[in-house]
Design a protein around this ligand. Structure first.
Ligand SMILES: [Zn+2]
Length: 241
């Protein structure tokens, strides 16, 4: 792709468009009852949070996130998203009528967005700053933070649904352009979600909440972006000390 020719401002805007994690985008269909998602989440939220805490050995704040059952007008393509500035979760409910917007999809999406809430509140608690925060960063720094953010949220989601790691080291991008889809200039879902998960997995498997906290405040350096092994080894070594 013609990556280096694009202005940095344009690319940053493109990354920002993909900031809030959408799980998948699917075709529209009908048949779903109104407010089904809302009913499911309201009934199960406390249990879902407690199950994550037990499975991962993490601690959510007492204050639970505010959940909206619609998406902002410019983000209708997402299944769910989290806004770290306002600590709100948005879930698709009655605008899209997805054929697979079923209990399993809702379960995965709420676990994923809750994970973003947990990561943000962890940062707020430690350094009183929202996370992730993409202002005043270079493109490569933004991509590094996005990988940790979506990788960790996907890690928590997959601990809850037991979905395996199918990404391999060989698929990791060797150039900056390799992180982006050439046609839409936002980071590739496969790299961000599956690759990000693969990146953080050995660290969180071994160090749990302490590993998560270390990853948030120590994303990959520009020089480490094209070798996930170098980054993983540095983080594992620093955590061992
Ligand atoms: Zn996400």
């Amino acid at each position: 792709m013609q990556f280096p020719r694009l202005s940095s401002r344009f690319i940053k805007k493109a990354i920002a468009l993909g900031l809030y994690g959408a799980a998948t985008i699917n075709a529209i269909s009908s048949e779903r009852k109104e407010q089904e998602v809302k009913r499911y989440v309201e009934k199960n939220l406390d249990r879902l949070i407690q199950e994550q805490e037990e499975e991962l050995g993490i601690q959510y704040p007492e204050q639970h996130p505010v959940i909206h059952y619609h998406l902002p007008a410019d983000k209708k393509w997402a299944l769910g998203l989290y806004n770290p500035k306002t600590n709100e979760i948005f879930l698709q409910d009655d605008h899209y009528e997805l054929p697979d917007w079923d209990v399993e999809t809702v379960y995965d999406t709420i676990n994923h967005e809750l994970a973003h809430y947990y990561l943000d509140t962890l940062s707020e608690k430690k350094i009183n700053t929202d996370w992730p925060e993409y202002d005043n960063l270079t493109v490569i720094e933004m991509v590094g933070i996005k990988l940790i953010s979506e990788g960790t949220a996907t890690y928590i989601e997959r601990r809850m649904n037991s979905k395996e790691d199918t990404f391999t080291d060989e698929k990791w991008p060797k150039t900056l352009g390799g992180f982006f889809s050439s046609w839409e200039l936002i980071p590739k879902d496969d790299i961000v979600y599956n690759g990000g998960f693969h990146l953080v997995k050995p660290i969180i498997d071994r160090y749990g909440e302490r590993g998560i906290e270390y990853l948030i405040f120590n994303p990959p350096k520009a020089s480490e972006m094209y070798s996930l092994l170098i980054y993983q080894q540095r983080i594992l070594q620093e955590l061992e000390e």
